[in-house]
Design a protein around this ligand. Structure first.
Ligand code: GLN
Length: 463
């Protein structure tokens, strides 16, 4: 049984990848071998479930390119902790998914290996940076996939591809074996078509890990037990000020509809204010680039796969390797990050951004005194045409307006499909909750899903 399921996924991945470019590596032999072993070993909570992993998470023996050329043919000799836990639970990793280079992007167009195409319309982006994982789940290649979310990279592609995507509380999961982008913001997140599957996988991967000192020693509840379907008495906060300019009309009306569905399900709707949310994008792009400039210093042509040729002198070798190995967006961020951390500008930019981060956090904590979760759109627009924003990084950054706050504050967020636009492109709403409120977010998402199941299928689909 396990073998058949896994073989179906692999065959679908191989066949649809020509169109979607969602996978950078498909491990047919290894995955089939593991499926057979697991079939013999017997029951775990995820036995025989095929799963796809973003290419910035280490899976022993498979590639870990992070969507970049600079890692060359590097194959990590170890598993990320979240992977170890999935494997122990019986899941079978079938391949590594395409992503924006070092998870920097919102469209997957920054991958050195070409963009992922959206299964709903292959002329459009899949969202990013975990676009390959989102597309693989949307196209029914795998039931679940992992991504990473530093400023929305699980939630935003989930919404653009019509699947569920969860970013847990900072510290809920181990980051050991996740290639660092911005360490104070990064978290591993989960994609699935159904909330229950997200709950199941989160239960397996969550929890303290001695290999990551920022993973928290907070007990892991039974997330599936939270899916009671009874939402009566829950309170949902609506930050109306965020529903204004720049928000696509179809998205606005779909999210308003979702709010009405919640009201019908017995949820109390309250208005809340997040006055400093306007500064989130600016603060995020200072903090994320600062941390990235430091984290990416390790790619020097010595430690990992790729090294430039014809560079006999050490400094020349560093410079040439980084020039040839990194793409334009990564270089832009390293320069921005180095600038905001430099002695002359530290106070004006980096310190200021950290102060703004505290103000945003205080706003959120205050809002959560009045509600169990906040509801917003996940992305201001549905999936846009490939190339549309490629030459306009600022326009691309502004699309992260709804998602970056959760990472700055460290709270969990989830994107749930809630309809299609007039062009038949998926729309998602986002719920944000207080620290460790994953059970409440999952319960609210599941309640919505039961009331308004999203049954549409993309034209590119394995089944
Ligand atoms: N789009 C955001 C960025 O480009 C978020 C990326 C992410 O979450 N990894 O930084």
């Amino acid at each position: 049984m396990s073998r058949q399921t896994v073989e179906f996924s692999i065959t679908a991945a191989e066949r649809l990848n020509e169109t979607l470019n969602a996978f950078l590596e498909i491990d047919r032999e290894g995955a089939l071998r593991r499926a057979e072993e697991i079939e013999k070993a017997g029951a775990g909570p995820l036995t025989g479930i095929p799963i796809a992993i973003k290419d910035n998470l280490c899976v022993k023996g498979m590639q870990a390119s992070c969507g970049s050329k600079i890692l060359g043919d590097y194959r990590p000799p170890y598993n990320a902790t979240v992977i170890d836990r999935l494997v122990k639970a019986g899941a079978v990793v079938i391949g590594k998914t395409n992503c924006d280079e070092f998870a920097m992007g919102s469209s997957n167009e920054n991958s050195a290996f070409g963009p992922v195409r959206n299964p709903w319309d292959t002329t459009r982006v899949s969202g990013g940076s975990s676009g390959g994982s989102a597309a693989a789940v949307a196209a029914r290649i795998v039931p679940v996939a992992l991504g990473s979310d530093t400023g929305g990279s699980v939630r935003q592609p989930a919404s653009m591809c019509g699947v569920v995507g969860l970013k847990p509380t900072y510290g809920r999961n181990s980051r050991y074996g996740l290639v660092a982008f911005a360490s104070s913001l990064d978290q591993v997140g989960v994609f699935a078509r159904e909330v229950e599957d997200v709950a199941r996988v989160l239960g397996v991967i969550a929890g303290r890990d001695p290999m990551d000192t920022t993973s928290a020693d907070v007990p892991v509840p039974d997330y599936t037990a939270a899916l009671t379907g009874d939402l009566k008495g829950a309170r949902l906060g609506v930050p109306r000020a965020l529903f204004g300019k720049g928000l696509d009309d179809d998205i606005k009306s779909s999210v308003e509809n979702a709010i009405n569905v919640y009201r019908d399900l017995g949820v109390e709707i309250v208005d809340v204010e997040l006055p400093t949310a306007d500064y989130a994008i600016a603060a995020y792009y200072i903090i994320a680039t600062a941390e990235a400039s430091s984290n990416l210093a390790r790619f020097d042509g010595v430690r990992y796969g790729f090294r430039a040729e014809d560079a006999p002198e050490l400094r020349q070798m560093y410079r040439k390797t980084r020039e040839e190995g990194f793409g334009a967006e990564v270089k832009r961020r390293i320069m921005l990050g180095t600038y905001v951390l430099s002695a002359g500008y530290y106070d004006a930019y980096y310190r200021k951004a950290q102060q703004v981060r505290t103000l945003i956090k205080n706003d959120f904590l205050k809002a959560f005194e009045r509600c169990d979760a906040l509801i917003t759109p996940t992305s201001p627009t549905p999936a846009f045409p490939i190339g549309e924003k490629a030459d306009d990084p600022l326009a691309m950054y502004l699309g992260d307006v709804y998602t970056v706050t959760a990472n700055l504050v460290g709270v969990p967020g989830i994107s749930v499909p809630c309809g299609l636009s007039s062009e038949r492109l998926p729309i998602g709403f986002q719920l944000l909750g207080p620290y460790w409120s994953e059970p409440m977010l999952l319960k609210l998402s599941h309640g919505y899903e039961q009331g308004r199941p999203f049954l549409e299928r993309p034209p590119i689909s394995a089944s």
